[in-house]
Design a protein around this ligand. Structure first.
Ligand SMILES: Nc1ncnc2c1ncn2[C@@H]1O[C@H](COP(=O)(O)OP(=O)(O)OP(=O)(O)O)[C@@H](O)[C@H]1O
Length: 575
């Protein structure tokens, strides 16, 4: 049965437009469907929605069953889907290649023998040598990683295969092997195959249906043979004509009869040979190329590149007000905000701080739900600390007015005093999250460096401190990103139905070591990058990557920060 998609919309936090905008389409059983579209058109997002990885509105039914049950992905739905991510690094995490297969197959609870059989078969299918089983997936080449990722998906024998850029980084032999596999699977297995790709020349000839996306909408959805006869669609979707389509057009202009289908190189060569060879075997004279086909000049090509790049950059690339402020302004504002907040001595002051944080959150346009994963553990910490600080023992424990139960007492006043202090710190942290969400790590470092520059004269280690500060703040989003990656793996490969951004406790033993290893790997990459930038060479001057310049809005924001500090200090000193 098909996958049926109705009015599917995906809206991401902070995105200016829906990533997918009410699309409806059908993926046929026993068919290869290609999803084409320029960069950023929504191909990967569509695959993520079909694989239960992206929250969506609308309906997706897999083999007649709904993919979601209202709260999130439905286990039987995602169990029928095997997804290969666009970047294999996002999919692989285990210490060995064998570990990757073990993790993928774990949810099926098969016998050891069956696990080994499926692993061997999938590795053979993808042309992976058995010796690779003991290797770390991180040490494989890009193409090998992709093949391991696909093989570990295949081993689970999913009904549906969702492949994101499956041929990227594959050598011609591996790409051919993949094509052969897709065609075999289409013939022999139940379910269908959905492939998001830019490698149209290779994959269009094996496609049954093509869906062209443009800015999150369906620009074309038709059988491959129909699309082959409508070459103008590529221009309309701003993808550029695939070479195989341009070749077919050229051949038609030379008078060769070309069938309405996407040609493989062999088919194109066969048709040309047929045309050139007469019935008696003589070779016909070839007409010169159709001169009406005009190729762009260098200048036009450069202009086109500019248009495409500009077009792609506009929706997400436009910098918002807070993002565009000088990092020094943001640091100064943040310091005023933090000092003012920490000076508060009662709940009225904290309530004002909360209101200011809410306004800042709106100005920064960072949705609360994207801040909560960072703040939630601290909120829990605050609740637990408040409860613990209120507990007292013995006759005099807890002081006057404490609630008593035998020898144990609970002082609401003590609990509220602790909560007050912790609430201020959480609000300061929320401000830090907003700062790191609207400022790149480079800008942050440069900002602190410039603010603290006068201290360098008294040998204060300005650069080291600014680097440490920005790296610490950078660590929060990196941790979140890693947690998100493991959440996707647990959902897609472990078939764990879980809310986005969270990891189930029982996945921790499997994922903790890889998570730590991955963080260590990042630290090692970072230290190499720092070394390459000359941070280990003491006393050597470095050129600045970012030149900062304060503009009018920056001065206004600094004045606003000063005014905010004055108001908060006045509020704290009013009693
Ligand atoms: N979590 C997110 N938050 C905000 N925007 C996002 C998010 N994920 C994707 N986007 C944006 O959604 C758009 C579609 O992304 P998607 O990865 O689906 O494109 P694509 O067609 O697969 O592109 P490519 O060909 O480059 O792989 C892009 O503009 C991207 O920046």
């Amino acid at each position: 049965m098909p996958i049926t998609v109705e009015r599917l919309s995906v809206v991401a936090d902070g995105a200016e437009r829906p990533l997918l905008n009410g699309i409806s389409c059908k993926f046929g059983d026993g068919e290869i469907t290609i999803i084409a579209g320029r960069n950023g058109s929504g191909k990967s997002t569509l695959l993520d929605a079909l694989g239960g990885l992206a929250a969506f509105e609308g309906s997706v039914r897999v083999d007649g069953l709904p993919l979601t049950d209202g709260n999130g992905p439905e286990a039987s739905g995602i169990g029928r889907i095997g997804q290969q991510f666009q970047y294999p690094e996002a999919q692989l995490f285990a210490r060995t290649v064998q570990g990757e297969f073990d993790y993928s197959l774990r949810y099926l609870k098969l016998s050891r023998r069956e696990n080994a059989r499926r692993t061997d078969e999938a590795m053979r299918e993808m042309g992976l040598a058995p010796e690779l089983k003991t290797q770390s997936p991180l040490l494989l080449s890009g193409g090998e990683k992709r093949r391991v990722a696909l093989a570990s998906t295949l081993a689970t024998d999913p009904g549906w295969l969702l492949l994101d850029e499956p041929t990227a980084g594959l050598d011609p032999e591996a790409a051919d092997r993949l094509l052969g596999f897709l065609l075999r699977r289409k013939r022999e297995a139940s379910g269908g195959i959905v492939v998001a790709t830019h490698d149209l020349d290779l994959l269009l000839p094996v496609a049954d249906r093509v869906i062209v996306l443009q800015d999150g909408c369906v620009a074309a959805d038709m059988p491959a043979s129909e699309l082959a006869a409508s070459p103008e669609i590529w221009d309309r979707a701003q993808i550029g004509t695939p070479l195989s389509v341009a070749l077919a057009e050229q051949m038609r202009s030379l008078g060769v009869t070309v069938p309405a289908k996407f040609l493989t190189p062999e088919e194109a060569a066969g048709l040309l040979a047929e045309r050139l060879t007469g019935a008696d075997g003589s070779v016909a004279e070839c007409r010169p190329m159709d001169s009406s086909v005009e190729y762009p000049t260098q200048a036009e090509a450069e202009r086109n590149v500019g248009t495409v790049a500009g077009g792609a950059a506009t929706p997400s690339g436009r910098r918002r007000f807070v993002q565009s402020l000088d990092p020094r302004t943001k640091w100064l504002f943040y310091m005023c905000f933090s000092i003012g907040l920490l000076a508060q001595r009662d709940w009225t002051g904290v309530a004002c701080g909360l209101a200011i944080t809410a306004v800042l959150e709106l100005l920064c346009r960072v949705p609360l739900r994207s801040m909560m994963p960072i703040l939630r553990p601290f909120l829990w910490f605050m609740v637990i600390s408040a409860v613990v600080s209120g507990i007292g023992f013995g006759e005099s424990g807890g002081g006057d007015g404490a609630l008593r139960l035998g020898a144990v007492s609970f002082s609401v006043a003590a609990a509220l005093t602790s909560s007050l202090e912790l609430a201020k710190i959480i609000l300061v942290m929320a401000g830090g999250v907003l700062l790191s969400a609207t400022t790149t790590p480079f800008e942050m470092k440069r900002g602190i460096e410039r603010i603290a520059a006068p201290l360098a004269r008294i040998k204060f280690p300005v650069e080291a401190i600014s680097l440490t500060g920005s790296l610490l703040l950078r660590f929060i989003p990196v941790l979140r990103k890693e947690a998100g990656r493991f959440n996707r793996i647990a959902k897609s490969r472990g078939k764990r139905v879980r809310r986005s951004g969270t990891i189930r406790l029982r996945d921790l033993p499997v994922m903790l070591v890889p998570l730590l290893l991955s963080l260590l790997q990042m630290a090692s990459d970072l230290s190499l990058a720092l070394e390459a930038r000359g941070y280990t060479l003491r006393g050597m001057p470095r050129t600045a990557a970012i030149t900062l310049r304060m503009k009018h809005p920056d001065w206004l924001a600094v004045v606003a920060g000063g005014a905010l500090l004055a108001i908060l200090l006045a509020l704290s000193g009013r009693s």
